[in-house]
Design a protein around this ligand. Sequence first.
Ligand code: C2E
Ligand code: MG
Ligand code: MG
Ligand code: MG
Length: 274
Amino acid sequence: RAKANGRGQAVEYAPELDQERQRVAEMEGRLKGAIKSGAIEAVFQPLVSATTGAVTGLEALARWRTATGNISPEVFIPLAERCGLIDALGVHMLRTSIEHAKNWPDLALSVNVSPVQLCNPEFAAEVISVLQELDFNPKRLTLEITEGVLMTNPDQARRSIDQLKRVGIKFALDDFGCGYASIGALRQFGFDRMKIDRSLVSALDEGANGADVLRATISLATALQIPVTAEGIENSRQAAILREAGCDQLQGYLMGRPMSAHDISSRLEEESAA
Ligand code: C2E
Ligand code: MG
Ligand code: MG
Ligand code: MG
């Protein structure tokens, strides 16, 4: 089967395109099954106080382990967004992370939300009903969203955010500094927290003016009275610079990797024993 292009020339049949399409379709089927059967799991990464070093919260991150290896959320989240599975995946992650978080009553819980979910007019009501059903205090919950949503559908994003903030849920602007979100957007959408992207943190190791950029960004947020979390901290030099620059919360492999619920419980026990 040869197709013609716009200028009427025949282009060659490309079997690898069909193969690619088939591979994506097969992966969609597997993802759908994985969501249904509960095979997508939550791991939790500590959010640590910059002043005391204590764990004050946890970020839930989705994991898909298959017989042939682990698939990264950087792969399956965009896939779920494209094929209409993100709402089901998002609700599953919210439920399962809340169920675990009930074992850690003193900690805040952060859950990532896709811009696609936030633009669904039913999203806010669904979150509220899950919280009621599981009897979880909305004040403990932060939803992390990336700046994409502020561009694509600002009006619906706003409505969802407002509705959820009214019941006490907080919002964090995720991955700040690697895209287009402005400091103004932080205030405009009522964000409660800014999360500095890992790329800005790792730039600290490359010398140049990385530290100045970070200090300026953090002081702008602080001027708006928006607290700042730094993500992706891997060494103590980065941690010292970020603490000094005014971040009140630190996150990264240095403070703790994403862990199973079981490992988080052990870590918390160790801390309270110490
Ligand atoms: P994110 O929300 O910005 O999460 C932080 C990512 O950085 C996580 O990757 C985490 O494992 C990784 N990370 C944390 N500390 C360090 C560090 O010190 N060094 C390095 N190299 N990496 C670190 P992960 O778990 O692969 O997740 C990637 C992205 O996938 C997340 O970025 C988030 O955007 C998305 N994602 C994960 N789970 C969910 C989910 O349940 N729902 C939605 N919508 N998105 C999710
Ligand atoms: Mg996040
Ligand atoms: Mg992030
Ligand atoms: Mg990210």
